[in-house]
Design a binder for this molecule. Structure first.
Ligand code: NDP
Ligand code: MG
Length: 383
């Protein structure tokens, strides 16, 4: 099959989503790489640059960028740095789609600029919609660009909605959660959890931040808010599904429930975002339902994993609260990883930040960035 060429910029190409995106580009010649970016891992970025020959690479860390510039001096590849460089990578001429696979709120501004430059977005960076959903979705409509979800749950919902002609036919979204490594445990049993314990996810191999967030159910909370912006409904129910095979479902007004199933493998939602509406063959990892049987569903334990309730509170409050939820978590996860706060301190820090920081309705980008700083400072000063 001859496919139309697709030109992409990958922000965060050295991470878990980024490297899997490049695996797909390696398998499909029609996917061309125009720009790549990393924060500091120049060893891998250099190898990627030599393999895929983009026009531009960005290293946000300035010193590392200078080192890479010397290493790539024998190539025509332009090396840029910092926040401005990341925006340059997001807006590069000739790319039609930007894969946003950086971690945290750092994805927000480059995504906004990419949309202004009329790029479609293959969105992995959920923090973008959590913090700036109202700005980003409006801009995307205004610029006639598409936001295609990469997150497995949102891709599943998007796939389940193919054929739905009117979003008013959606009754609710059933968002599945693996439950993480501490499923079944109570608060008392989580007091002495170490970063090493929390970094072991039962079903998915992901970056450190999202793995910790999966264990606290903060990740599910972020996904609830992400789903609200992608699919235009706040009617979202979280179901714990330990096997991570049903990636999420949509319940329609006539009570039909449509789900997307697959083996736990991020390459499928990444590939679908890059080839939509086409489906292309994928090697390996077929779903053997007998291997995963029985498929089970249960209520999340929101007493132990209370961050999920905080996320629903943030969703309900709207305005700046989802940013407070997100940024307090980013700071708290950093402190936990450095051994400065206990595991349960992550969710406690989010709760405290949400109760102390005043809400702002319809926040501007400046409000979001200022609140991001304020929430981080609040959490860093708490210890
Ligand atoms: P990783 O930590 O594996 O990779 C992050 C990438 O972004 C790396 O290339 C890293 O560079 C770069 N990066 C990190 N911090 C910054 C920063 N402040 N500024 C610029 N670049 C930065 O993350 P994941 O791939 O796991 O996750 C990426 C995003 O996708 C997250 O938003 C996550 O929630 C979402 N996601 C991830 C899933 C997964 O399976 N991993 C599933 C669904 C969503 P360097 O390597 O140099 O540090
Ligand atoms: Mg997910």
């Amino acid at each position: 099959m001859i496919m139309e060429e697709k030109h992409i910029s990958v922000l965060g190409s050295t991470g878990s989503i980024g490297t899997q995106t490049l695996e797909i580009a390696r398998a499909y010649e029609h996917i061309k790489i125009r720009a790549l970016s990393a924060r500091s891992n120049i060893r891998l970025l250099e190898a990627q640059a030599r393999e895929f020959s983009p026009e531009l690479v960005c290293v946000t860390d300035e010193d590392r960028a200078a080192e890479l510039k010397i290493k790539l001096a024998d190539t025509p590849i332009k090396v840029v740095s910092g926040r401005g460089g990341l925006i340059e990578a997001a807006c590069i001429d000739g790319a039609d789609t930007v894969v946003t696979a950086v971690v945290g709120i750092s994805g927000l501004e480059p995504t906004i600029e990419a949309i202004k430059a009329k790029k479609n977005i293959a969105l992995a960076n959920k923090e973008t919609l959590v913090t700036g959903g109202h700005i980003v979705t409006k801009l995307a409509r205004g610029n006639n660009v598409t936001i295609l979800p990469v997150d497995s749950e949102h891709s599943a919902i998007f796939q389940s909605l193919q054929g739905c002609r009117n979003n008013r036919e959606i009754k609710r979204i059933l968002l599945t959660a693996s439950g993480g490594p501490f499923f079944g445990k109570k608060r008392d049993e989580l007091r002495n959890i170490t970063p090493q314990d929390a970094l072991k996810h039962p079903n998915w191999d992901m970056g450190a931040k999202v793995t910790i967030d999966s264990s606290t159910l903060v990740n599910k909370g972020l996904e609830v808010i992400e789903a609200r912006w992608l699919f235009g409904t706040k009617n979202i129910k979280v179901l714990v599904h330990r096997q991570s095979v049903v990636h999420s479902m949509v319940e329609f007004t006539d009570n039909a429930v449509i789900a997307q199933l697959g083996a736990p493998d991020m390459r499928l939602p990444i590939q679908y975002a890059l080839t939509y509406p086409a489906r292309l063959p994928m090697k390996g990892n077929e779903l053997d339902l007998l291997k995963y049987s029985p498929l089970t569903f249960e209520e999340p334990d929101t007493d132990t994993f209370f961050a999920l309730t905080l996320a629903f509170d943030a969703l309900k409050a709207g305005g700046i609260m989802p940013t407070v939820f997100n940024s307090a978590d980013e700071a708290a996860v950093e402190l936990f990883m450095r051994g400065k706060i206990p595991y349960l301190g992550i969710s406690e820090a989010i709760a405290k930040a949400m109760s102390k920081i005043q809400n702002i309705e319809n926040p501007s980008l400046e409000d979001i960035l200022e609140t991001d700083k304020a929430a981080r400072e609040f959490v860093f000063c708490m210890q």
